[in-house]
Design a protein around this ligand. Structure first.
Ligand SMILES: [Zn+2]
Length: 253
């Protein structure tokens, strides 16, 4: 069984080498290491691949997360991404979050989020890169902006938005990712039940805490099991399909 963790914040994982060892044991053969800001992007560029092994490859993605966008660093971060664009497999983590504490209070913050996301979307279209999108509370805007910009490949990560947004995601051949929350979150389960397996990839969003447990890439098996149960398919079949989808989405072998 081969599994791909399509979204993990590896720089935040304690004792990453041991975590990678455990991931190899459960069949993880690739991880997409996403960046969120200037510092984590630097880590992804300079450090992430040192943790790869002959059995598990780490692929870099660079992004600018909508949380706490530091206006002084936006230009610096985007130019860092542009400089390294030919060495990455995706732009992520990027997107909008209207439920983020600052955005709830201020329309200006939402506007800054949209400006940044729009620049990233244009970069993705120009360079033909897939995007890994955070869309909490801003599901429709995220999907619409992606479509309007003409981005070809996208995964709406840990998607838990309305079915109306899911419909557009599927119409345009985009993907949603399932996390371990697919075992218990009503909103996330609903999406995974409705989306065909052809449009689903797996991820952990490590080191997010799910029901009291800090995630690491080996916990991809929890997402896998949850999807298999929701779909009434075997673990092996879901593993094969979602891994094939991830390879297509990120153009990795
Ligand atoms: Zn994330």
């Amino acid at each position: 069984m081969e599994l791909i963790d399509t979204h993990a914040h590896l720089e935040e994982i304690k004792d990453l080498r041991e975590a990678i060892r455990r991931a190899v044991k459960v069949g993880v053969t690739a991880i997409i290491a996403v960046g969120s800001d200037y510092e984590s992007n630097l880590w992804v560029i300079r450090e992430s691949q040192k943790y790869g092994t002959s059995k598990l490859r780490i692929y870099p993605a660079l992004g600018l997360h909508p949380w706490g966008l530091d206006t002084s660093k936006i230009e610096e971060t985007i130019s860092l991404i542009e400089k390294n664009i030919n060495n990455i497999v995706a732009l992520g983590e990027v997107g909008l979050d209207y439920w983020y504490k600052d955005a709830r209070k201020s329309d200006n913050i939402k506007e800054v989020q949209r400006e940044v996301f729009s620049r990233i979307l244009n970069l993705a279209r120009e360079k033909d890169k897939p995007i890994s999108v955070h869309s909490r509370g801003a599901w429709i805007d995220c999907v619409d902006m992606t479509i309007e910009t003409g981005v070809k490949r996208a995964v709406f990560h840990w998607f838990s938005g309305p079915l109306e947004a899911l419909k557009k995601i599927l119409d345009y051949g985009y993907y949603v990712s399932a996390t371990p929350a697919a075992a218990y979150s009503k909103e996330h389960k609903k999406i995974i039940m409705k989306a065909p397996l052809e449009n689903i990839v797996l991820e952990t969003d490590s080191p997010v805490v799910y029901e009291g447990e800090t995630a690491e890439p080996a916990h991809i098996t929890k997402a896998l099991k949850a999807v298999a149960e929701l779909k009434g398919e075997s673990i092996e079949f879901v593993a094969e399909k979602t891994t094939e989808n991830a390879r297509k989405l990120f153009k990795i072998s």
